[in-house]
Design a protein around this ligand. Sequence first.
Ligand code: TH1
Length: 808
Amino acid sequence: MTYATTHSGTTPGDFGRELLSNLYYQRGTTLESASAQDAYHSLALTVRNRLVDRYIRTAAAHYQENPRFIYYLSAEYMLGRQLDQNLLYSGTQECAHSALAALGLSGDELDALDVEPGLGNGGLGRLAACLLDAMATQDIPAVGYGIRYDYGIFQQEFQDGAQVEHPDDWTFYGNPWEFHASDDQQKVGFYGHTEALDGVRRKWVPGEIVLGEPSHMLVPGYGTTTVNIIRLWKARASPQSFNLSHFGAGQYGEAVEEIVRSENISKVLYPDDSTELGRELRLKQQHFLVTCALRDIVRRFRLCNSDWDHFADKVVIQLNDTHPVMAIAELMRMLVDEEGLDWDRAWSITRRTFAYTCHTLLPEALETWPVELMRRLLPRHLEIIFLINHLFLQEVADRYPGDDAKLRELSIIAEGAEQRVRMAHLAVVGSSAVNGVAELHSRLLAATTLHGFANLWPGRFHNVTNGVSPRRFVRLANPRLAELITERLGDGGWLTDLDQLSRLEPAAADPEFRRRWREVKRLNREDLAEQTLATTGVVLDPDALCDVMIKRFHEYKRQLLRVLHVVTLYHRIRRGEVADVVPRSIVFGGKAAPGYYVAKRIMKLANRVAEVVNADPAVSPYLKMVFLPDYNVSRAQLIIPAADLSEQISLAGKEASGTSNMKLALNGALTIGTLDGANVEIRDRVGGENFFLFGLDTAEVAALRGRGYRPRDHYERDAELREVVDAVAGWDGELADDLMHRDEYLTLADFRAYVDCQDRVARAWRDPEDWTRMSILNTARSGFFSADRTVRDYCRDIWHVTPVYVPR
Ligand code: TH1
């Protein structure tokens, strides 16, 4: 099988010799006495070496061209495992396989030691990783900046059905993929005071200095020479922080207090997805990231440039949501206070440099920081934000004379019992472009959350619909399907030009192709069943419809609605009403923020229902339900290829985009979904007849809320719903009570439409030929959802960059 990728030209012999050399010189051991970790690290280094050549050539080409660079700033990256990726991208998969076999090493065993860096929560962090992948693949000069958390997203376990969180010490055995640069540290200030210089210039005298130490990982492009990097920063205390006099006095805790305080900054990823927390340490993390990143960006700019007026021509800084938005104030501080540029010139450079992606509409996710906290932690940045706001509000006042409400609406500072800095407002004011992440989301942003700004600066607002990496989520996750597609299309060019999948359309009418498509799905379901049995003890039927919901636990995503349907099926089966029932495997995956009480209750309910369903011999021929613990990128790579049905059932208007919806459709799952986020675009492309649509749309949601929503009416009207809610009440009275009396996310309002739509799904599943046809068409028509297309959209509408080709 051939793919359009860079072949290393290495033979298994070369590869094996190099592996042994790494074992000898890097691990100080031999094959006879090597531990599994020794062998794994040597394998990783051997693969990594293939990419280093390419990285060096990329850096040289970039130095020579002095191109415009994309600097992606994100508090989160969900990179996924590196070994499978780097074997594929270096073109050494097959030769590594043979070399390992010849050395008597088990590839699977070593593969199992490759730990995924879980430096993100969910879709936002995974999107960052997919975009970096696509930028490298398209030869876009780019660097990702982030935080090198010691502890990534917690590992999830269930005890009595409840989520228990364990720390994710992802570098416990070391990380072979990372290059450290301890001689390239940056100083980051906190606290202190400011002093007058001249004019608007002031001097910030920090009260505390923490060091940022970078390391980088390689981000290879697929089928090209380019290898970009992601640079991650770790907080280090300065050597003076160790208090010798305390130590001498036997006060060992006090002696390291300052070290611990400094190094806590990069200790742990905040495990909250789509909610704002407002903790001081989180603001410290944000400032730490942007200061390190900006100093590094300026250093890189100065390698080939000297004139600040060229900065915005050479530098694009893409802000991944509001988490890195302090960069706007920090760049102004550097330009005005340190470089002595006048305010207007600095502001023009800053505004042209930044672009902002908003990923949400949820009010609880829109970050704000108390002014008093910021005054204490970052006094100079607060002064700068106040000045930015002052000048901005003058512009607003000129445009809307006498309109105080307008000033209050748009101000970066929210007034109230306590003043707060609205980070999204700062982001919009300080950027030249703002984008949402799906068409519906971008439209709603401009019509609601950022309405006033969209009126003020309509040209600044864009849509860039999210996309996913077909390398990670088809080629690596689903090699069987990738092979079948490649065979049909003639070569692997579709992996970097995903619109070519449309050439599969005629194959949907070919019975032999459909048979092979079904065979791939069936084998993938067998793999999933095998892993499910090993991790949970639940036996899945590989012939049953594999019905999956994989995403963070959040009320708006409505995992509870999914559970209500399962209970409905359970009751029907118990009653012997199986006319509309087909055998299903219900698969859940996802984590809840540790402090998100309701999400955790829903999770526990799901586990309880699974227990009841799986234990009932009358029900289990039709229904099995499994909650796979510790959902992460690796688990996604296992579940997605097996899926037949993709649950995308958020309340309309709440999910900005979603990306599991894209991964699943691309792998031939049919979607059951609402008109929310990118579901709308998926349906437009795959065709309404190949998509199971149900539920209220955003206009109907607004109308229902306007009339006054009474969930109890639905309960009283619908006997089947009543039975389900009563059953839930027996397991969790609090959840049932909330459903009946509040039901913020309109679960009961959409229940009947959802259940009826699931019945349509079951009827469709009964016709395997037609289901397979629809499945193939879902894949064939999902080329649009490639992250390559997303990057092309960013390049065209926002970044205005062109590729730099790196010679082989
Ligand atoms: C997610 C959105 O919920 C999801 O719809 C979207 O597909 C994804 O971003 C990528 O665009 C978000 N994740 C977070 C995480 C935090 C704050 C806001 C959002 S929005 C911490």
